[in-house]
Design a protein around this ligand. Structure first.
Ligand SMILES: Nc1ncnc2c1ncn2[C@@H]1O[C@H](COP(=O)(O)OP(=O)(O)OP(=O)(O)O)[C@@H](O)[C@H]1O
Ligand SMILES: [Mg+2]
Length: 243
């Protein structure tokens, strides 16, 4: 296949090695690309390993496409190499993770970082609300799986639906799936809440902003999910008390 040939010739530079995947930068048909390659895990049975790797690669591509169809920013998928479990996708230019962005802000203006982060919390809430209203579950909603990409100052997207010159891009959908149940959405929110509170102290107020805007992004039915979140929090607390 021609596209495969083009991918083959590209130089790949290893950027990160996660628990399940290697992230390379390279190009695809002349465009800057990120190549996410899932690798085998020796401790898993080979058959299970193969099927999990295939399943997660497919899940990631499907969820990215679903999000893009409803107007949520995710990297464009250029090519999928199922043999090597590789996804070639758009390299989100000039980006940092939300985790890094919050840490930077905390360092530079610790006094009022909560108000400085309010627009970001609003955007995260509205985005996750919209995603859930279309029954897309992310599966690993942490602040490392959200990128902020700086927009060109006078580009077509400058202003409008942006955060002070940034665009919020969701990534890492390997555990994503489609599901309408409030329980699954509640768990997604719970993961986000835990990630937010554990990695960024003093951000409780921000999570309530996230929830307010989640309701706006979701529309009718959001209350059921928030109730579930309450229930899941209680279960979490009980578990901690028991040990
Ligand atoms: N399309 C992209 N554009 C720019 N940077 C990216 C892109 N995809 C991933 N990255 C960078 O690579 C990091 C890791 O990517 P990702 O979260 O998809 O993999 P991972 O967490 O290693 O996967 P896993 O959860 O399977 O271990 C991101 O936090 C981000 O910094
Ligand atoms: Mg990740």
């Amino acid at each position: 296949m021609a596209a495969e040939g083009a991918a083959e010739r590209d130089q790949m530079v290893l950027l990160k090695q996660g628990a399940e995947a290697k992230i390379y930068s390279g190009t695809f048909m002349g465009r800057p690309a990120i190549i996410k390659e899932r690798f085998s895990k020796a401790y898993r049975h080979p058959d299970l390993d193969k099927s999990l790797t295939v399943q997660r690669t497919k899940a990631e591509v499907r969820s990215i496409m679903r999000c893009r169809m409803i107007g949520i920013c995710t990297p464009a998928v250029y090519f999928v190499d199922m043999e090597r479990h590789r996804i070639y996708m758009e390299h989100v230019a000039a980006s940092i993770t939300v985790r890094e962005y919050i840490a930077d802000l905390e360092r530079s203006c610790s006094a009022n970082h909560v108000s400085a982060l309010r627009p970001l919390a609003e955007k995260i809430g509205a985005t996750v609300g919209l995603m859930h209203s279309h029954n897309v579950i992310h599966g690993d909603l942490t602040t490392s799986n959200m990128l902020l990409s700086r927009l060109p100052k006078d580009g077509p997207d400058a202003g409008g639906d942006t955060l002070d010159g940034y665009r919020l891009v969701l990534i890492d959908f390997g555990l994503g799936y489609k599901e309408g149940l409030a329980e699954d959405k509640g768990v997604d929110l719970y993961v986000l809440e835990r990630a937010f509170l554990s990695t960024h102290p003093n951000t409780e107020a921000l999570f309530s902003v996230i929830l307010e805007h989640y309701k706006l992004g979701y529309g009718k039915g959001a209350a059921d999910v928030i109730n579930k979140l309450e229930e899941i929090r209680m279960r979490g607390r009980k578990r901690t008390m028991v040990g």
